[in-house]
Design a binder for this molecule. Structure first.
Ligand SMILES: [Mg+2]
Length: 262
């Protein structure tokens, strides 16, 4: 997926007024950094762990037909194939589980099992929202001092639900739910704010989606590793990039910002 779709504004009115407010707060300022983008899944709240549990359950449903490892491998292949059709998120994951079930059973999967797969996919859409350590405190400290943008991909409904349940929505000046995260995406989002990518920073747990493309767009990329990160989000660390940083958890972001310059 190289083509970006325009991001879906979560609350256009809020963003409009926030932009005006932003100019008032930071008039022609010379601060090196004014905009901070945050990834959501596994950066602000837990996500991948729920997918892993669902995958375990899925393997159990097909245990009469194939080994667990083999099922996982086929599922990953299906997800990879389907990304360009369905995009990221639970609905695409559910369809990939069904496709995998048909494959590994050579079409013999009982209809009851298909029903159960649909059901575990729906359950994934209702998992509890568990915020990451120091997420709230950090956003609270930054709100009002920086223009904060939540930038996430995935199913629109699911991300809106998680944002609402997390209670973190009010800290953000804007929310962008995008189909993919490329350098073009970051140029567009950061370029729309007054200061452009050079004065922007992206914070996230995925090197591939959050860090490498944000740095390519000219922004800072702050990597906050999560122990569970989807294998398709792995790429090499851009260690040579002067705007690459890594922190252990979100609580280390404020000291880093002091270093980079407020
Ligand atoms: Mg993430």
């Amino acid at each position: 997926m190289t083509q970006d779709r325009p991001g879906l504004a979560f609350d256009t009115g809020k963003r409009y007024f926030a932009a005006i407010d932003h100019e008032r707060k930071f008039p022609m300022n010379t601060r090196p950094l004014t905009v901070i983008g945050f990834d959501a899944d596994d950066t602000l709240w837990q996500n991948e762990q729920f997918y892993r549990l669902t995958e375990e359950h899925f393997r159990g449903l097909l245990s009469d037909f194939a080994e667990g490892e083999h099922i996982s491998q086929r599922l990953l292949e299906a997800e990879k194939r389907n990304l360009s059709h369905y995009g990221f998120g639970i609905k695409g994951f559910t369809l990939s589980m069904i496709e995998t079930a048909l494959e590994v059973t050579e079409g013999r999967v009982p209809t009851k099992t298909i029903g159960e797969i649909l059901s575990i996919g729906r359950e994934l859409l209702t998992h509890p929202v568990e915020t990451m350590p120091k997420a709230r405190e950090t956003l609270e400290a930054l709100a009002g001092h920086y223009y904060l943008v939540l930038i996430t991909k995935g199913d629109l409904f699911d991300q809106e639900r998680k944002l609402a349940q997390s209670g973190l929505g009010d800290y953000f000046d804007a929310v962008e739910i995008v189909s993919d995260k490329s350098a073009t995406t970051y140029r567009r989002i950061f370029g729309r704010t007054a200061d452009g990518p050079e004065r922007a920073m992206m914070v996230g747990n995925s090197l591939k989606s959050d860090i490498v493309p944000a740095i390519a767009a000219g922004a800072w990329g702050v990597f906050v590793p999560h122990e569970l990160t989807w294998i398709l989000e792995h790429v090499d660390k851009p260690d040579e990039a002067p705007r690459f940083r890594e922190i252990g958890h979100l609580g280390e972001l404020l000291p880093l910002l002091d270093e980079i310059g407020r």
